[in-house]
Design a protein around this ligand. Structure first.
Ligand SMILES: [Zn+2]
Ligand SMILES: [Zn+2]
Length: 93
């Protein structure tokens, strides 16, 4: 996992990855895509879209942009930017 404070779930059906190596790259390698932010550890291809699991495992099989799976990423980024701005006390250009 990337961080304990990040919630990861399918943006379409709310399926939560359980740490399994379910994602297969074009090169044939399978791994847990959320450990590498969707970058294949074998051929280094950066995947923009991440597929959900098939319905029989509780998912919806739909493709979503990888970043959409990180539920509170926007909040974290915004808080970080606000914190930096407050600490520096300078105008943000
Ligand atoms: Zn690959
Ligand atoms: Zn889904």
């Amino acid at each position: 996992m990337i961080g304990d404070d990040l919630e990861i779930a399918c943006p379409k059906c709310d399926w939560h990855p359980d740490g399994g190596e379910y994602w297969q790259c074009d090169c044939g390698h399978t791994w847990d895509t959320f450990t590498t932010a969707a970058r294949c550890p074998k051929c280094k291809k950066q995947h923009k879209m991440t597929a959900c699991m098939p319905p029989f495992t509780g998912g919806c099989s739909q493709l979503s942009p990888h970043l959409d799976w990180y539920k509170n990423l926007d909040n974290l980024l915004r808080e970080e930017l606000e914190r930096i701005a407050a600490e520096e006390g300078v105008e943000v250009l």
